[in-house]
Design a protein around this ligand. Structure first.
Ligand SMILES: [Zn+2]
Length: 383
């Protein structure tokens, strides 16, 4: 099979948070060579990808999506490729669309038809997130520690963690018990817990206190009452303590879960953005979220550097969910060739957060192509 030489681009070094002009050769699905421009020898049938004026990065990873394309799951009925390879994203994690009693359908409705690699977190609520009208999917009779652990054991390869909706909207007043059971399922399987935070109860301080190093808080900078900010717009002490302990801070933008103002305050107090994710699903694809690239552009607008936002969709999520073992997160010779090639458009764009606040950014990220195990997909969906 002929290889592809990606020539003339700026390679983003996600460890050092710096970019350097570099050529990269892909052959037989792996990265065959990386070197200075013009110094990587090409074979006679290798194709040349002209990346002049572009950036070359490890394949982008979105660790909070809903792409469980199942008939009973109206909101999550989204083909993974639509927000994966068609938007320049190399890897998705479905964050708890399916639970113990629905996860067995995942290979059929996702893996068998989609080119984008998709991993999953199992929801502690056994049904996951079906739209069956009313009710909470994590109410007591629907949560089973045993069923959750067994489901993870059945699908060890692609299940990478446990998800809990620590929010009154999903768990009613059962919230803290659901979080405790989810934490236990994570402990018993040696996987991280991703806690969705939102409306109280449960109170955020209580949820954060249960999280251990390596666990993930998603929707970390939502703008609802009782979130990251406390009285006087100070960051909640329990959130500072969680970060110091090694809890991962994830964006999880969504329709109602990312506030420019909250995130800005948190950054000003030295809080991090470890991972950038979208919480994209059928209901926020056309407005609010749109794409991972757009979410990255919002964080750039708030002051993160280009290299920091790229690290937050590559090496950081890969470490958080151990996707580095599958070749995600870094560009290394002999490793699977998961690569995103993108432009930074130096032109103004209006960006809207989940609170309806619109800010104008001077530049935005525009993925051109993504390579998954060396296979090239050019971006076809709007970002
Ligand atoms: Zn979600």
């Amino acid at each position: 099979m002929p290889g592809t030489l990606i020539h003339g681009g700026m390679l983003v070094d996600v460890e050092r948070r710096a970019s350097t002009a570099t050529d990269l050769l892909i052959r037989d699905g792996v990265i065959a060579d990386i070197g200075e421009p013009g110094a990587v020898p090409m074979g006679s049938d290798d194709e040349r990808y002209d990346a002049t004026g572009m950036f070359v990065a490890p394949g982008f990873v979105d660790i909070h999506t809903h792409v469980f394309d199942h008939g009973l799951f109206r909101t999550t009925r989204l083909a993974a490729d639509r927000v994966g390879v068609e938007q320049g994203v190399a890897c998705l994690v479905d964050a708890g669309s399916a639970g113990a009693v629905t996860i067995d359908a995942f290979p059929r409705v996702v893996h068998q038809s989609q080119a984008t690699p998709v991993f999953a977190l199992v929801n502690i609520g056994s049904p996951g997130l079906p739209n069956l009208g009313g009710g909470h999917s994590s109410r007591p009779e629907l949560v089973s520690l045993e069923a959750t652990v067994r489901a993870i054991e059945r699908h060890r390869g692609w299940v990478r963690g446990v998800k809990v909706q620590a929010s009154a909207s999903h768990t009613g007043d059962f919230g803290m018990t659901a979080v405790r059971l989810a934490r236990k399922a994570a402990e018993l399987t040696g996987l991280p817990l991703m806690a969705h935070i939102g409306n109280a109860p449960p109170v955020l301080d209580d949820v954060l206190d249960l999280l251990r190093p390596g666990d993930i808080v998603t929707h970390a900078y939502h703008g609802k009452v009782g979130g990251a900010l406390t009285f006087g717009d100070r960051v909640l002490p329990a959130l500072h303590a969680a970060v110091e302990r090694g809890v991962v801070i994830d964006i999880g933008h969504g329709r109602s879960s990312f506030s420019f103002a909250t995130c800005e305050r948190a950054l000003a107090e030295g809080l991090p953005v470890h991972t950038i994710s979208t919480d994209i699903h059928r209901g926020n694809l056309d407005r609010h979220v749109v794409s991972l690239a757009r979410t990255m552009s919002k964080l750039m607008l708030l002051g993160l550097t280009l290299e920091e936002v790229v690290a937050a969709v590559t090496i950081e999520p890969a470490r958080a969910l151990r996707l580095d073992a599958d070749g995600f997160g870094r560009l290394d010779v002999s490793q699977p060739a998961h690569v995103t090639v993108f432009r930074v458009r130096e032109e103004p764009i209006a960006l809207e957060d989940s609170e309806g606040e619109v800010r104008t950014a001077p530049r935005w990220i525009d993925p051109q192509s993504v390579f998954v195990r060396g296979e090239r997909y050019d971006r076809t969906a709007a970002v």
